[in-house]
Write a protein that binds this ligand. Structure first.
Ligand code: G
Ligand code: G
Ligand code: G
Ligand code: MN
Ligand code: NA
Length: 250
């Protein structure tokens, strides 16, 4: 397809760049870090969203190179930021079939000088079934270096509770669909509460995604959610935009 051939050119040219969505510690109100989100700034077609090009990259065998390119740019951009700030990157299920994935990520960390303990890798529930033994081995190698592991989009996949035992997660991210409707839907509120209690029992901190207004933020803080991200805190920023934000906060 045209998108696929475009991707082959865009990846080495670094036209697909990392954007940074703020993640806030709810108890202190402080910035904790950023989720890294891929953005394609196409020279003629404008901004192409990841929902369109990530599936194409997966099918075309390009997702590994794309992901490492995003990480390289993000780590390089962020290595001089406040050392307390973390980065969360999304890993596609397809990448968990690459036996060398951990070594490749560790190489990018080493080359850019970004500390492994400041990196969190997000895996969605759907990612986990394909080859569990390989996924466990990849994750084990990353965790040995100090990289942390988050279960993304929690509540939307199936057999969620089995997934929690399959891999050594450090955090659960509640899918934004439950958070967006938290103050309108009793069902969503019950689900969010249940996930928070589950996190307490398993000693896993929870991040809520999709926090768009202060009322939702306040509710999440009141029920003990550890971290939040979403448009309340602003839209995802380019490297330059994130740098400006951090300079202003100083
Ligand atoms: O950024 P948001 O706009 O629209 O992202 C849409 C989807 O694309 C989300 O599910 C997000 O996890 C995914 N996504 C964004 N950036 C990346 C990336 O670098 N790698 C992978 N695998 N998925 C990404
Ligand atoms: O699948 P994942 O959770 O990685 O994707 C994050 C997605 O959520 C991205 O598409 C991002 O643009 C989107 N997103 C981030 N914050 C908000 C928000 O506050 N509201 C909504 N509706 N979407 C958000
Ligand atoms: O429009 P409003 O005042 O609700 O926006 C609050 C914040 O969320 C602003 O920083 C705005 O830029 C951001 N925002 C609003 N709509 C979107 C959107 O569709 N996508 C993203 N990523 N951010 C948005
Ligand atoms: Mn994510
Ligand atoms: Na998510």
């Amino acid at each position: 397809s045209a998108l696929e051939s475009g991707l082959r050119v865009a990846i080495p040219r670094e036209e697909i760049t990392p954007y940074f969505e703020q993640q806030v510690d709810l108890a202190s109100g402080r910035l904790h870090g950023f989720e890294v989100l891929a953005r394609w700034e196409h020279p003629t077609h404008g901004m192409i969203p990841p929902d369109r090009f990530i599936p194409v990259a997966e099918d075309a065998g390009l997702i590994g190179d794309l992901s490492l390119s995003i990480m390289r740019q993000a780590f390089h951009g962020a290595r001089d930021w406040d050392p307390g700030l973390s980065l969360s990157v999304n890993i596609s299920p397809v990448q968990l079939r690459d036996a060398w994935l951990a070594q490749k990520i560790i190489k990018v960390l080493t080359e850019t000088g970004f500390p492994a303990h400041r990196l969190e890798v997000e895996i969605t529930e759907s990612a986990l079934f394909d080859n569990l033994a390989l996924a466990q081995s990849i994750v084990g190698s990353l965790k040995n270096q100090g990289v942390r592991l988050a279960l993304d989009d929690f509540g939307t996949g199936y057999s969620s509770l089995a997934h929690l035992r399959a891999l050594p997660f450090d955090r659960i991210k509640i899918d934004k669909s439950f958070v967006l409707s938290l103050n309108q839907s009793a069902d969503s509120a019950a689900i969010v509460n249940t996930i928070l209690r589950l996190g307490e029992s398993l000693n896993l901190p929870i991040t809520a995604e999709g926090v768009e207004d202060a009322a939702i933020e306040e509710r999440l803080r009141a029920i003990g959610c550890a971290k939040a991200q979403g448009w309340l805190y602003g839209k995802p920023l380019s490297i330059a935009g994130a740098r400006r934000l951090l300079a202003e906060r100083r």
